[in-house]
Design a protein around this ligand. Structure first.
Ligand code: ZN
Length: 154
């Protein structure tokens, strides 16, 4: 656990969001992906301490470099809904044409984007990377150690 200095309680966080419910929300979000170029459809679900779930799916663009990942879309949606704290769990899944394969892990940019929201609420969310036959579980701080964040700016 790399949560030193934060005021989170792992046990408390885990109890407040149901893993299967969050994963089901991420899987459902895959169907809303707009990925005509890569065909790699991804869904993400953010779980908050009050039980609320915010989902996102990837949104590609004919100008390839402008693509938005599912996790980034979900964070933008959550923050536009006023959610700035209590992010306790994240589920990510997807695959080619939405068919799940290996567990999907957040890309580097998304780890940074997720970390910003987590740091605002001083949480270290669980991240469930979901594949067709397996789920890998991580702490966000393990996926992005020594993260740059709001406190880094002084
Ligand atoms: Zn990403």
């Amino acid at each position: 656990m790399a949560c030193a200095g934060l005021s989170c309680s792992h046990e408390r966080q885990q109890a407040m969001i149901d893993r299967d419910t969050l994963i089901a929300a991420a899987k459902e979000a895959v169907s809303r992906a707009y990925a005509p170029y890569s065909r790699f459809q991804v869904g993400a679900a953010l779980g908050f301490a009050d039980g609320n779930i915010v989902t996102g799916a990837n949104v590609e663009n004919a100008s390839y470099g402008l693509a938005l990942c599912a996790e980034t879309a979900a964070v933008a949606r959550a923050m536009n809904d006023g959610k700035r704290s209590d992010l306790v769990a994240i589920a990510v899944t997807g695959g080619i044409e939405g068919v799940l394969g290996d567990p999907v892990t957040p890309c580097g940019r998304c780890r940074q984007v997720l970390s910003e929201l987590a740091q605002l609420g001083q949480t270290d969310p669980l991240v469930w990377c979901v594949g067709s036959h397996s789920i890998s579980e991580h702490r966000l701080s393990d996926l992005l150690p020594h993260a740059f964040g709001p406190a880094s700016l002084g």
